[in-house]
Design a protein around this ligand. Structure first.
Ligand SMILES: Nc1nc2c(c(=O)[nH]1)N[C@H]1C(S)=C(S)[C@@H](COP(=O)(O)OP(=O)(O)OC[C@H]3O[C@@H](n4cnc5c(=O)[nH]c(N)nc54)[C@H](O)[C@@H]3O)O[C@H]1N2
Ligand SMILES: Nc1nc2c(c(=O)[nH]1)N[C@H]1C(S)=C(S)[C@@H](COP(=O)(O)OP(=O)(O)OC[C@H]3O[C@@H](n4cnc5c(=O)[nH]c(N)nc54)[C@H](O)[C@@H]3O)O[C@H]1N2
Ligand code: SF4
Ligand SMILES: [Mo]
Length: 735
């Protein structure tokens, strides 16, 4: 790794001399992956004689020997004094959580479930999962809900993450693999347009690829209202008003058409529906787009030219473009632009969404989403129900239908007719859900809240029963990273006494609910069943085995059975050119020959700009946007407990432009109150010209008084049901 390639994040990426292949790992050492984000950086975990666990970077294709600070401090949580080592039970409503035996805790859960379901029906018990769970856990959780509980009410935090891009990908391509090509293609592109992503902080080792790309003469266009560390490295930084990316993307497409940059051959050969889109974007002339977005006309032309002139170009979206009440349409607008330029399915080019959670991709494929069955099958598809019911040994008619989406599920908790019991596994919605004060009230209204977590998260603290879960270094399984590459998570050591793996917990709960078989606790057994259940589905894992993953540095889905050999080829189009260009690792590149719609073509979708659900007014004159900082992960339940990270980023803050601060009399470091129509949050004012003077930015990693989600509203995207995390109206008050 040369010195300049770590320039952006010298302080944030820790590059080590890469270690050799995992076959050379010493006893007490395992080759695994980081527990946090979707980059799933390769790491070696070693335990010394005193039981201390150390982390070493491993040379894996996605991280090339780099880890961010979260990765290299990840083992600290294994021995954290905050770790739960015994179940906790609240024996009286309003009482305290007290230590209990597993038997007492599980009996309480089972009795609670039975009481509620007897009285209020099966759907009165709900499940809330997480995109950080292994494929095995996500699969078993979905089966547990549909078979052991028989409830339709299951959804997960991925709904808050990439659901808009997934919905847009499905409608355009007929398939949602967030990144339909390997990450290395991004680094090799002549031009990259990145809308609403800040990988310098959210995926630092990947941001090094972007540096390499520019060193090699490539161009990077970043679309972000803030001048982030990523934007600071861009050839061109477009700073739209939050919530206006759709208009910007339509405007870029307008320029592509008007300046002859359209790839007419590709559009004719590989797509449908362009004429309608061409007519629609005619209304997005550059001056109008400048009025809506604030992006100067000249910059719009420059961005379109950089994309249009590139031999290989990649368009990427992150949460900044997607987490809106028009997030699906916004992702569609960027996909339209990519299609007009002939990028998707062209080797070296493409459109991708940067999936965020550790198993954000796999987590959405195996059935913890309200409308899905394993293999990315639709729960309302009779053939899918028959297939999965056969694997599960149940009657297809006994499988519930689609349930409510994440926020709608949380919103209904404890209401008449809504769920009275909830099992949470792998999420901390008290901090991370929108309209969080309301969600907290709904959670408190439940008759039975059960949370399985390694730590007493803010959500676990409200529970009636808390079940201590094993951590990543204490379990085996698979994760599917942002590229659609299925990886092995390997166990270094058993969980501490008193702690169980989530699979063991689900297995035992199912047994006590009357299902002595069908819920194995062993990950390899679960994976074997998952392969069968996914077989023939869009996300086909049937040809993936733990061994094959080991041999091939991961396997990209789809990977149908019959190709389970090192010589096995791509699945997308057997015998085709695509097969030859893909290789032994499953299907690194989908869409090379055909898209997944029945006619093999991609679809343009007409999308129109519309205002955010909430616009500034005289009482709430500022825009609020929310997101992440490098040191903390998500709700912060984990990273706030890692000493080095807590020290580096100890408290909530709000970024305020110095001009705005001057106007309001706010000085640097002062505690201020941010007020929205839902409530308020207190945070330290951080003065920086990186934010627009009309916008403030808050990270969402803290609960309590500094909780950003106390401010966020309940507007949802009509297609994906994604909340509007990225734009709202607020005012600032001095305290
Ligand atoms: N350090 C860290 N890394 C993480 C995570 C974490 O919590 N912490 N979480 C992981 C997960 S689950 C995810 S989903 C990813 C998310 O990764 P990113 O998408 O990179 O993260 P965000 O900070 O949510 O949003 C990115 C940018 O969107 C910008 N933005 C805000 N509003 C708008 C808008 O209207 N338009 C545009 N174009 N941009 C806007 C923000 O200024 C921000 O810089 O990160 C993953 N990696
Ligand atoms: N305002 C605002 N809000 C947002 C966002 C935003 O940009 N702005 N981003 C949204 C996005 S993209 C996401 S992905 C969500 C994420 O939000 P959350 O779902 O709250 O994410 P985490 O903090 O990762 O929660 C994981 C919880 O599960 C526990 N856990 C970790 N691993 C395991 C495991 O293997 N088993 C079990 N049982 N528990 C485990 C952790 O200790 C933690 O308590 O937040 C969303 N909320
Ligand atoms: S970039 Fe993501 S996967 Fe890599 S070390 Fe950091 S948190 Fe872990
Ligand atoms: Mo996410």
């Amino acid at each position: 790794m040369s010195e300049s390639s770590v320039r952006v994040q010298e302080s944030t990426v820790h590059v080590q001399e890469p270690t050799g292949p995992e076959s050379s790992t010493a006893p007490g050492t395992v080759a695994t992956h980081c527990p946090y984000c979707a980059l799933q950086c390769g790491m070696l975990l070693s335990r010394d004689g005193a039981g201390r666990v150390s982390v070493q970077a491993r040379d894996f294709p996605t991280n090339q020997g780099g880890l961010c600070q979260k990765g290299w401090t990840s083992a600290d949580l294994l021995t954290s004094p905050d770790r739960l080592t015994t179940p906790l039970v609240r024996r009286a409503k309003g009482g305290e959580l007290e230590p209990a035996t597993w038997d007492e805790a599980l009996e309480r859960v089972v009795r609670g479930i039975r009481d509620i379901q007897r009285r209020a029906g099966r759907d009165a018990v709900a499940v809330f999962g997480g995109g950080g769970l292994t494929n095995e856990k996500a699969y078993l959780l979905g089966k547990f809900a549909r078979v052991a509980l028989g409830t339709a009410a299951i959804d997960y935090n991925g709904r808050f993450c990439m659901s808009s891009a997934a919905a847009a990908g499905l409608r355009a391509f007929g398939l949602d693999r967030g990144m339909p090509f390997p990450l290395t293609d991004v680094a090799a592109a002549d031009t990259i347009l990145l809308a609403g992503g800040n990988p310098a902080e959210t995926m630092p080792p990947f941001a090094r690829y972007l540096n390499e790309q520019r060193r090699a003469g490539g161009d990077l266009v970043v679309v972000d209202p803030r001048r982030t560390p990523t934007a600071a490295q861009a050839t061109l930084h477009l700073r739209p008003v939050p919530g206006t990316d759709l208009a910007l993307a339509n405007g870029l497409l307008h320029i592509v058409v008007s300046t002859g940059l359209l790839d007419e051959t590709y559009v004719a050969r590989r797509t449908n529906g362009f004429d309608e889109v061409r007519r629609a974007v005619a209304a997005y002339w550059p001056e109008r787009v400048e009025r809506i977005t604030g992006v100067p006309v000249a910059d719009q032309y420059r961005a379109a030219r950089l994309l249009g002139a590139a031999r290989h170009a990649v368009i990427l979206t992150g949460r900044g473009a997607e987490q809106h009440s028009k997030g699906t349409d916004t992702a569609s607008a960027f996909i339209n632009l990519a299609l007009a330029l002939g990028l998707p399915g062209t080797p070296g080019s493409g459109y991708a969404c940067l999936t965020g959670q550790g198993n954000g991709q796999g987590g959405r494929e195996h059935g913890q989403k309200a409308d899905q069955l394993p293999g990315y099958r639709r729960i309302d598809d009779p053939a899918a129900r028959r297939h999965v019911a056969r694997v599960w040994g149940v009657d297809p008619d006994a499988l519930p239908g689609a349930g409510p989406s994440a926020y709608e599920l949380l919103d209904a908790l404890g209401t008449p007719g809504g769920p009275q019991g909830l099992l949470v596994l792998g999420s901390n919605p008290v901090v991370s859900a929108p309209n969080a004060r309301h969600v907290e009230r709904r959670l408190r209204a439940l008759e039975l809240l059960v949370v399985a977590d390694p730590l007493l998260s803010e959500t676990a603290a409200l529970a009636d029963v808390v079940l201590p879960s094993a951590q990543w270094a204490e379990e085996d399984g698979t994760m599917t990273n942002l590229e659609g590459r299925v990886l092995r998570r390997r166990r270094l050591q058993p969980p501490p006494p008193g702690v169980r793996t989530d699979l063991a917990t689900l297995s035992e709960l199912a047994r006590r609910l009357g299902h002595p078989t069908g819920f194995p606790a062993d990950p390899a057994t679960v994976f074997t069943e998952l392969r069968r259940a996914s077989s023939g589905g869009a996300a086909d894992y049937s040809g993936i085995t733990y061994d094959r993953i080991d041999r091939q540095n991961g396997v990209f889905w789809p990977a149908p059975a019959g190709e389970d050999t090192p010589e096995g080829g791509a699945a997308a189009a057997p015998g085709s050119e695509a097969r030859a260009r893909n290789d032994v690792t499953g299907t690194p590149r989908v869409f090379l020959d055909a898209f997944a719609h029945p006619d093999g073509r991609a679809r343009f979708v007409v999308v129109e700009h519309r205002p955010a659900a909430e616009e500034p007014d005289s009482e709430h004159p500022l825009l609020l946007t929310t997101g992440r900082i490098m040191q903390h992960y998500q709700s912060g339940a984990q990273t706030r407990r890692v000493p080095a990270l807590a020290e580096a980023a100890p408290r909530p803050f709000v970024e305020v432009h110095p001009d705005l601060a001057r106007r309001l009399g706010i000085s640097a470091g002062e505690l201020v109150r941010v007020v929205s129509r839902r409530g308020s949050a207190e945070a330290e004012a951080r003065l920086t010209s990186a934010v627009r003077p009309d916008t403030v930015f808050m990270p969402f990693h803290w609960g309590g008084a500094g909780r950003a989600n106390s401010l966020v509203g309940d507007a949802l995207d009509p297609v994906s049901r994604m909340p509007e995390f990225k734009v709202g109206a607020v005012r600032l008050e001095r305290i």
